[in-house]
Design a protein around this ligand. Structure first.
Ligand code: SAM
Length: 280
């Protein structure tokens, strides 16, 4: 793309038409993103260790009632939750399609001799196995999937769980996605960053589509040397609480509880997300 393509861009793209997600699975993007997962300066791709530790303690006590369990984490990133859960006596499986994140998680499990298995794969396609006491998908990632894929992931999660098992999803609030979609465009420059090892300018634009109830975020990354432009986009589906409940009941979940956050842990995303715990 060229700079003029930014000027002549469509202003109301169909959700997901310009990309399924940011390129988590890309070989050069994923090590740069891993640094953000591990950064203790912000709660960006993953939360800081201190926040994760408190959230894990809550999952262990309130959701798993401290019983040794088999856990599946969908979109586990570098395994920051599973590493802590395994230290509390749980057996863990994580699936993620970021090569650097999965490699980091596998190294941690090997170094610390933890009962964690990690699979590099797309959760829309990967087989989940079965017998889980807990299947979780956290940090709002459920909403980046097209509704049909989200439903398929829910059905696969249900099938992979034991009867009496729990599905735990930290999802985006409808209102938060609408606010994000209606916010003003922003930009930043970086000598290097998540989108490139070289200097670039990133123009970020968010668009709320009221017909499909989706927010699309576009990133136009301009290489500072060549002025070449690369566009990345991700879309988020907004659901009301009733819609979440309807999807879960269609899959066969029978009891659904809601929490303001993962435990009483407030963090910079507490207003944007809430937690659903559904019993099989
Ligand atoms: C916001 S990060 C959260 C990571 C982790 N849950 C945490 O909180 O530390 C989202 C993760 O979902 C993964 N992801 C997104 N779409 C995926 C897909 N279709 N299949 C597998 N992993 C996916 C990304 O690679 C990334 O690691």
């Amino acid at each position: 793309m060229f700079l003029r393509d930014i000027v002549s861009r469509i202003t109301d793209p169909e959700p997901w038409s310009e990309g399924e997600n940011i390129p988590w699975q890309d070989e050069s993007f994923s090590p740069r993103m891993l640094k953000i997962h591990l950064s203790q300066k912000s709660d960006a791709a993953s939360r800081r260790k201190s926040v994760i530790q408190r959230q894990v303690d809550w999952i262990h006590r309130a959701i798993l009632t401290s019983k040794s369990s088999l856990i599946l984490d969908l979109g586990c990133g570098p395994g920051l939750y599973l590493t802590q859960l395994a230290k509390l006596g749980h057996r863990c499986v994580g699936i993620d399609y970021s090569p650097a994140a999965v490699q980091f998680a596998q190294n941690q499990a090997a170094c610390l001799d933890l009962p964690c298995a990690y699979l590099q794969g797309d959760i829309r396609l990967a087989s989940f196995g079965n017998g889980y006491d807990l299947v979780m998908i956290i940090f709002g990632e459920f909403n980046v999937f097209r509704p049909a894929d989200a439903m398929m992931i829910l059905n696969k999660a249900f099938a992979a769980m034991k009867s009496g098992g729990m599905f735990l999803a930290e999802v985006m609030r409808y209102e938060a996605l609408e606010i994000i979609g209606k916010s003003d465009p922003t930009w930043y420059s970086a000598a290097s960053g998540v989108f490139s090892d070289n200097a670039y300018i990133c123009l970020e634009e968010t668009l709320w589509n009221k017909k499909s109830h989706t927010t699309t975020i576009r990133y136009f990354v301009i290489d500072a040397e060549s002025s070449d432009v690369t566009r990345y986009a991700q879309s988020y589906q907004a659901y009301t609480v009733d819609q979440y409940e309807e999807m879960l009941s269609q899959c066969g979940f029978n009891e659904v509880n809601y929490y303001e956050s993962l435990g009483d842990v407030s963090n910079e995303y507490s207003d944007e997300m809430f937690v659903i715990a559904a019993l099989k």
